[in-house]
Ligand binder design. Structure first.
Ligand code: HEC
Length: 450
């Protein structure tokens, strides 16, 4: 599934940027002369066309004229790049840009890495002093910011609004918006519902409903067999059996399944949890949100021939010593399958101590013939994405998920539901049902070898 869903927790918006600042300092040396002129940048100054183009394609989905999804400033005009940085008033935005596009820990953009060509274009510009474009230049691409891909959202779903099933964040009353407090900072808020389907149905497509884009950072829809309070929003405490159903992060598109595949939805003995990450960087006082998810489903008697399910890979066997670095946790899955399984996407999940995570397929169980299913070399709790995969798992194959952590705290950290505990899961969407499971894991959709 092409959807992407990120997340971020307790890190303030300028958190973890020490590396970035160090790199930016180096860059600052070259542009100091300009820095002193910052105030003189006129609004008529334009970005060079190639720079405007790179920013439009890679940055402006968040850094739009009115910034979205927690981004602290716009990156639309030349003046925007020369403005004083929000997180460090001694720097210009452009100086932080130079650092953040190379930042190993908190890269920009946070989800899809910049291409080598775009990185080179920006680096060349920084190096040459980040000067403005020729006044006469007229760029091909319109540099109007904030345009999102028109095919995102419920109105682009293949079923009409009257047939969509929608779950949205809400206030005390389910039809009132959720108020994001001015000082909420990074907030994970969870909303739950009993699954409304009495018979088995499939989801055929999903769309994000994005309401107050200024404060929504991402959301994830989970299903769980653990009873949840209904009709209230609350701080998230994710039950250990929760599995990922769908997610969205800035830049994420609608997810429309191929016409013969539907994703099995939980029936009414289960619950749905919508976890929304809010990020009120601008300390807005009027942020009221009803974001969430809309989906099209099959009628119960017209299921699609191929049922996709979400299978959970990884490990619950996590024990990270205090002050430890680069500790690997390895979980294997030897699926008990009689036919090939088709993987459509992977949604890796760890908490804040995660450094990297990957799932490999050992063909025929042999470590000598290993293929990568998904590889996240720089894990960012606040930028969790669902990765599109096109891979077939055959009987005899073994899946190996490796989670790498660094525990800088003074306490050992174990598997658990709270953000300060850790997890090592990879939620893979796969068809046909029952997906990748072992006999012991059939009920929970887990494929985790003992
Ligand atoms: C998916 C949304 C998104 C995209 C795309 C994105 N950013 Fe950001 N950006 C953010 C958020 C959220 C923050 C604040 C949190 C942080 O600093 O990590 C941020 C912060 C920054 C900062 C730090 C500002 C400060 O005052 O500390 C810089 C610099 C930056 N972005 C540059 C870029 C550049 C350059 C691009 C494109 C190459 C880009 N960003 C693309 C969301 C995004």
């Amino acid at each position: 599934m092409p959807n992407q869903n990120p997340k971020r927790s307790k890190v303030p918006f300028n958190g973890g940027s020490l590396v970035a600042i160090a790199i930016a300092l180096a860059a600052a040396a070259c542009s100091q002369a300009k820095s002193e002129n910052a105030a003189t940048v006129s609004s008529a100054s334009t970005l060079p066309c190639d720079i405007g183009d790179v920013l439009q394609r890679n940055c402006q989905s968040c850094h739009s004229a009115t910034p979205k999804f927690g981004a602290p400033m716009p990156l639309v005009t030349y003046a925007n790049t020369q403005a004083v940085a929000k997180s460090d008033p001694s720097k210009k935005v452009v100086e932080l840009m130079a650092g953040r596009i190379h930042d190993a820990v908190h890269p920009m953009p946070p989800v899809d890495a910049l291409s080598a060509a775009d990185t080179a274009t920006l680096d060349a510009w920084f190096k040459a002093g980040a000067t403005e474009g020729a006044a006469t230049a007229s760029c091909d691409a319109s540099l109007d910011a904030g345009t999102t891909t028109p095919s995102v959202g419920p109105s682009s779903l293949p079923c009409p609004a009257s047939e969509q099933t929608v779950f949205r964040a809400h206030g005390d009353a389910v039809d009132a918006p959720f108020h994001v407090e001015e000082n909420a900072g990074n907030l994970y808020q969870c909303f739950s519902w009993k699954a409304p389907w009495t018979n088995t149905v499939q989801a055929t497509s999903f769309a994000p409903v994005i309401d107050d884009a200024r404060v929504v950072h991402h959301w994830i829809l989970y299903e769980t067999a653990t009873p949840q309070p209904e009709g209230v929003g609350r701080a998230c405490q994710m039950p250990a059996d929760a599995t990922f159903l769908q997610g969205w992060a800035p830049g994420g598109q609608n997810n429309v399944f191929p016409s013969d595949i539907g994703l099995r939805l939980p029936t009414s003995e289960k619950w749905l949890i919508l976890q929304v990450h809010y990020w009120n960087v601008a300390r807005l006082t009027d942020a009221n949100d009803r974001s969430g998810v809309a989906m099209c489903t099959t009628p119960p008697n017209a299921l699609r021939p191929k049922t996709a399910v979400v299978s959970t890979l990884g490990s619950l066997n996590i024990a990270l010593p205090a002050r430890s670095t680069n500790v690997d946790v390895v979980g294997k899955c030897t699926p008990e399958i009689a036919e090939p399984m088709h993987v459509l996407s992977a949604g890796p999940h760890m908490h804040t101590l995660g450094q990297k995570i990957k799932t490999e397929v050992l063909r025929g169980g042999q470590a000598s013939t290993t293929e990568t299913l998904v590889d996240v070399p720089r894990w960012d709790f606040n930028a969790q994405a669902s990765h599109a995969v096109d891979m077939v798992i055959n009987p005899g194959d073994v899946l190996k998920t490796t989670c790498t952590y660094s525990n800088g705290t003074d306490k050992a950290v174990y598997f658990g539901e709270k953000t300060e505990n850790e997890m090592c899961f990879d939620f893979v969407t796969v068809w046909p049902a029952p997906g990748l499971t072992t006999t012991g894991g059939r009920k929970t959709g887990r494929c985790i070898d003992p």
